[in-house]
Each structure stands twice: as structure tokens, then as C-alpha cells.
Design a binder for this molecule. Structure first.
Ligand SMILES: *Cc1c(COP(=O)(O)O)cnc(C)c1O
Length: 426
């Protein structure tokens, strides 16, 4: 595979940009080699600067549920751009996006738009602290909620891939407000509440874990979190930055029927542009300035281009049959993976929830971070490069999700299954 132009660009980028990338997960740190520099994407396919083409399962790490350059999204952005790219004043489109979100997620009674998932999670926690008057937050080992200081504790994928359990630059005094429980282990949450009576503001969880690879909640886990939060006067925050409009139209809260107090959104709701949102119970959201004492702001929050893309995306997703079609494509992707593993004897555990899945290189089951961490990352790296050479792009880390989009065709998935089998055979 010729990557000469990417190699040259990567070389130059590394002199100016730390690691040559603007987000560490892009650097191929977990799998080695030179990351292709992308030039174009259309539908389920991306093309790099050397002219190599790939069937894309990265989907920009989750947002591209419609695939690349979906005509409705491109047209919406083009139209919005012609009308002015930012005002710093209210616009009708922000209201429209808020309405589309709350229609799909009725437990969100009020919400604020921000520009990233990081901002959404950071702000939701601020509101929870303001509302409860408490400081501590329970998060889960292997769950990622963006790179805000207090949330970079045992935060899965990027940090796991790079072997940094907790980021440097976060004061211990601040990290001490973050308590870490084990995903799918309710007793670990109960123990933290017992040791921190009346001090926990909130539990924050990815209702389907995505940043340790895809791990579904065990039956009763989310319900148990709801109960523990209620019993202890804490709020329950679902970080649905990946799962929102992904695992169901109404996100994981609709799929599992568990009500969070606050929800964080990002990725899909921006249609590939920078949008995040946090929202939930009205009385909690009333803590946000200017209604309440908790400050949160953003010069580009609700940006017209970003919001236009989000609206276009959510409108396509609201069409009847969308999630059924996504499910059947995703089931085909899973079946192809399983068949390839069976025929090659590769030891794989495939976890899938809706259109997000992970092939863990271990015997499994994978239900916690410790079990995920058992996966053979060297085998994953070989598999990753085997696929890359054969024109299939998956996340450059074992501890990530692969995403099926509505742009993938049955042919794309059949092609992918054949490449997976070839990659696993070598
Ligand atoms: C990606 C992600 C974030 C952070 O979103 P950014 O837009 O990258 O800041 C937060 N939470 C979860 C669950 C995510 O997957």
C-alpha cells in the first residue's frame, strides 16, 4: 500500500502538532504505523491523499451515522453558511434542534447546546454539583466523558491505548473528587456511596460503554444505578454522546427504559459538525446561568452551520424504518465477523449494541473494563493493519467501537466480511 504522501504530511505535522495529530487517538499509537491523511469521504467510503480507498467503520468516531457528505447535511450547511456563519445571538435553528432532541428524548425537559461532548459532560456535572450542593462524582473504570480535568480518571480508550491511567496535569486534589466504580458491578457503586455518605453529587455513566470497546449494560445494571442514585440523593447522568440517536432513536435511555436526571449528547446530533448538548430535568437545568447560579457559556454554542447539520441529520433519522434498516445492516456486519472468526479459528468476542460493535481479541465474555483489558492488543494491531491494507478502516485501537452507518450497503459489508476473514487468516 502506498502511503508516501501521508508519510510526508505526518512527518511535517509532527514538527508542529504534538504527535502530528489534533486528538491522540488518531496517531496510531496503539497499532503502530503511519495514519493515512484523509482527503475525501462519500457515503461509507473514505479516500486518503495517496488515493487509497477504504470502507469506513470509524465514522469520525461516531457522528457519521448517515455516512460521509450526506446530501441533506451538505446542502443544509451550504445554505446556512450563505446566511452568516455565527451571530452570538439567538437563532431559530437552535430552537429547532432543541425540539428535535426533546421529541426523541422526552426525559430531556430543557437543554443547552454546546460545541463538544467534553463540554456537555463537564457542564452536566457542574449543574449536578450546583443542584445537590455536593462535590463528588462517581464514574466507571473504562468510561470516557471527554477530557475535562476531573473526568480523566480511568477513562478508557485513548488513555488505555497510550498507557496513561490518569492524565498528568490534573491536580490530585481535583481528581480526588472523582470516585471510580466498576462498570456492570453495582456493588462497587454501593460501596462508594457507603464510604461517601451525602457527598456524591452524581453518577455519570455511558449507559452502553463505548470507550472500552462496546460493552452492554447487564440486565438490571442501569435500573440499579437509578435506584442507588435515588436512595442516596444523587443525580444519574447518562453520557449518551455515543449512544444518543445511535443505539435507538431515543438513545440508550429509550432502549433500556431507564430515566436519567441529565443526559449528555454530542457526535450524532451534530451530523459531523461540532455540537454537544446537555439537558434533563427542568429544575436541574434551571441551575444554569442566566436562570441560576451555575455559569456555562460559549461564543460558538449553537453555531448556525453546526446546528443546521444536526437538524438535517436528525430529520433523516426520524424517518420511519431508519433504525430497523441500521439494525439489519449491523446484524450483517456482526454475522460476517463471527463467520470469519469461526472459519479461521480466531479467538474473538464480538459485542454489539445496535450499530456499534467491537471485536475483542479474547475468549470473553467482556462485561467490565478488566475483562476488556484482557484482550490481545498485538493481535488487534495485526488485524487492524490487515484490514487497512485490504481497504477497510476500523478504529486504530482495540478499545473502541466500530460504527455501521446508513450509507453502508450489503455489498460493502460482504466485501468487509471477506477482508476480515483474510486479515484473520494471516
Ligand atoms: C466522544 C465522547 C465524549 C467527548 O466528546 P468530544 O466531542 O470528543 O469532546 C464524551 N463522552 C463520550 C461517551 C464520548 O464517546
Amino acid at each position: 500500500m502506498n502511503l508516501s504522501r501521508s508519510e510526508e504530511l505526518f512527518e511535517r505535522s509532527q514538527k508542529l502538532i504534538p504527535g502530528g495529530v489534533n486528538s491522540p487517538v488518531r496517531s496510531f499509537g496503539g497499532v503502530g504505523g503511519t495514519p493515512p491523511f484523509f482527503a475525501r469521504g462519500e457515503g461509507a467510503r473514505v479516500c486518503d491523499v495517496d488515493g487509497n480507498e477504504y470502507v469506513d467503520f470509524l465514522g469520525s468516531w461516531g457522528p457519521l451515522i448517515l455516512g460521509h457528505a450526506h446530501p441533506a447535511v451538505v446542502e443544509a450547511v451550504r445554505e446556512a453558511a450563505g446566511q452568516g456563519t455565527s451571530f452570538g445571538a439567538p437563532t431559530e435553528r437552535e430552537l429547532e434542534l432543541a425540539e428535535l432532541i426533546t421529541r426523541a428524548m422526552p426525559w430531556i425537559e430543557m437543554l443547552r447546546l454546546v460545541s463538544s461532548g467534553t463540554e456537555a459532560a463537564m457542564s452536566a456535572i457542574r449543574m449536578a454539583r450546583a443542584f445537590t450542593g455536593r462535590a463528588k462524582v462517581i464514574k466507571f473504570n473504562g468510561c470516557y466523558h471527554g477530557h475535562a480535568d476531573g473526568l480523566l480518571v480511568k477513562a478508557g480508550s485513548g488513555l488505555a491505548t497510550h498507557g496513561v491511567p490518569t492524565s498528568a496535569g490534573v491536580p490530585e486534589s481535583y481528581a480526588a473528587e472523582t470516585l471510580v466504580a466498576e462498570y456492570n458491578r453495582l456493588e462497587s457503586v454501593g460501596a462508594l456511596f457507603d464510604a461517601n455518605v451525602n457527598r456524591v453529587a452524581a453518577i455519570i455513566v455511558e449507559p452502553v460503554a463505548g470507550n472500552m470497546g462496546v460493552v452492554a449494560p447487564d440486565s438490571g445494571f442501569l435500573e440499579g444505578l437509578r435506584r442507588l442514585a435515588d436512595d442516596n440523593g444523587a443525580l444519574l447522568i447518562f453520557d449518551e454522546v455515543i449512544t444518543g440517536f445511535r443505539v435507538a432513536h431515543g438513545g440508550a435511555q429509550a432502549r433500556y427504559g431507564v430515566r436519567p436526571d441529565l443526559t449528555c449528547l454530542g457526535k450524532v446530533i451534530g451530523g459531523g459538525l461540532p455540537v454537544g448538548a446537555y439537558g434533563g430535568r427542568r429544575e436541574v437545568m434551571r441551575m444554569a446561568a442566566p436562570l441560576g447560579p451555575a455559569y456555562q457559556a460559549g461564543t460558538l454554542s449553537g453555531n448556525p452551520l453546526a446546528v443546521a447539520a444536526g437538524i438535517a441529520c436528525l430529520k433523516v433519522l426520524a424517518e420511519p424504518g431508519t433504525y430497523e434498516r441500521l439494525e439489519s445492516l449491523s446484524a450483517q456486519a456482526e454475522a460476517g465477523l463471527r463467520a470469519a472468526a469461526d472459519s479461521t479459528g480466531a479467538v474473538l468476542t464480538v459485542n454489539r449494541v445496535g450499530s456499534a460493535f467491537t471485536a475483542f481479541f479474547c475468549a470473553g465474555p467482556v462485561t467490565t473494563w478488566d475483562e476488556a483489558a484482557d484482550a490481545d492488543t498485538e493481535r488487534y494491531a495485526a488485524y487492524f493493519h490487515g484490514l487497512l491494507e485490504r481497504g477497510v478502516y476500523v478504529a486504530p485501537s482495540q478499545f473502541e467501537a466500530a460504527f455501521v452507518s446508513l450509507a453502508h450497503t450489503a455489498d460493502d459489508l460482504a466485501f468487509t466480511a471477506a477482508q476480515v476473514k483474510a486479515a484473520l487468516s494471516t
